[in-house]
Design a protein. Structure first.
Length: 341
């Protein structure tokens, strides 16, 4: 007689809609789809989803909700499910995309993605998600807001330069652009001050930031960005996973002797981490003899400076995680010499 070992609700999260698939794993180790559904990504839709699942679920088998970490659109649902006491797992997008390629799916839709997430949850061992600390959530909000302000300031500065370069520049336009730049500079300073105050108030966070800032070229803002985007490394279990989460993992296409693509980073990860580490990587070449030596060695190997800089970005990120795990500060010669270029 068949019995159910596990049941999973796979959810493909969109900004407006939740596409859902519920399936089970039987004691014969076969998986089957029970039902598909779609709900609005709103508190009302969450309640309807809960009622739908409660009607369909097996009362005896363990139930898991599994979803991708899709920007910020999954967060409200995650907090709702966690508050209701359900077992929930949030999986990094690259894991789902890699798993999806192993399935015989010719047409990728929201429905097939939800089913793939469901099957992933049934076949793999998933880790239960726990609500992150509020301070990391606040830091992530502030660092992302600052990033947007810096981007906007760059755009306004470019517009100001273009206006000044015209044959007959408008004085009023230049004044408005200048006022806008001053406002953005003021707002950036306010955000950086808020981040510093948050760090100073929390002793544990202050301790971790001190560890990360012991790395030459890593400052308080970069450390805050790393911790905010990884929820204090709560999402991370290994250096390799961290590199993949940031989109700094290397991908290469090769088949026999006819197909050999160039190795490159995937960029299928957290863009804020990659962006936050670009300037520190450049700075590390100037202020850290070891990183300067690594950079020179990599450039001499393939002659591409940007490729070497990306390798240093990954190195800095992995080093920050190593110091966090080992609860120690940076020492010259501490890090591994192994670099993936």
């Amino acid at each position: 007689m068949k019995s159910i070992l596990k049941q999973v609700v796979g959810i493909d999260v969109g900004s407006q809609e939740l596409v859902v698939c519920i399936g089970v794993l039987s004691n014969s180790l076969t998986t089957s789809v029970i039902a598909n559904g779609a709900f609005v990504n709103s508190p009302k839709g969450f309640i309807e989803l809960q009622k739908w699942v409660e009607k369909l679920k097996d009362k005896e088998a363990p139930l898991w909700f599994v979803m991708e970490a899709t920007g910020v659109y999954h967060e409200k649902l995650a907090y709702f499910l966690e508050g209701k006491g359900y077992k929930l797992s949030i999986v990094l997008p690259n894991k789902i995309s890699n798993y999806l390629r192993t399935l015989d799916i010719k047409t990728v839709t929201d429905k097939t993605c939800a089913e793939a997430i469901m099957r992933f949850g049934l076949e793999r061992e998933v880790r239960e998600w726990s609500k992150p600390s509020d301070i990391y959530r606040k830091i992530r909000q502030l660092t992302r807001e600052r990033d947007q302000i810096v981007e906007e300031r760059t755009i306004v500065k470019n517009r100001k330069h273009a206006e000044e370069s015209e044959a007959f520049p408008s004085k009023n336009s230049l004044k408005r652009l200048l006022d806008r730049i001053k406002l953005l500079i003021k707002q950036e300073k306010e955000i950086k001050k808020e981040i510093s105050v948050l760090i100073a108030k929390d002793e544990e966070l202050k301790r971790i930031v001190t560890l990360l800032c012991s790395i030459p070229a890593i400052g308080e803002l970069t450390a805050a960005t790393i911790l905010g985007e990884t929820q204090g490394f709560n999402l991370i279990r290994s250096r390799r996973q961290l590199a993949s989460y940031a989109g700094l993992d290397v991908q290469e296409k090769q088949s026999g002797i006819s197909i050999k693509g160039k190795a490159s980073i995937s960029k299928k990860g957290n863009k804020y981490l990659r962006k936050a580490l670009h300037l520190p990587a450049l700075c590390s070449i100037r202020c850290n003899p070891e990183f300067k030596s690594i950079f020179a060695r990599l450039v001499s190997r393939h002659g591409i400076k940007m490729k070497a800089i990306v390798a240093l970005q990954r190195k800095l990120l992995e080093l920050a995680y190593t110091l966090f795990k080992n609860n120690c500060t940076y020492q010259q010669g501490y890090q591994s010499k192994e670099i993936v270029a």
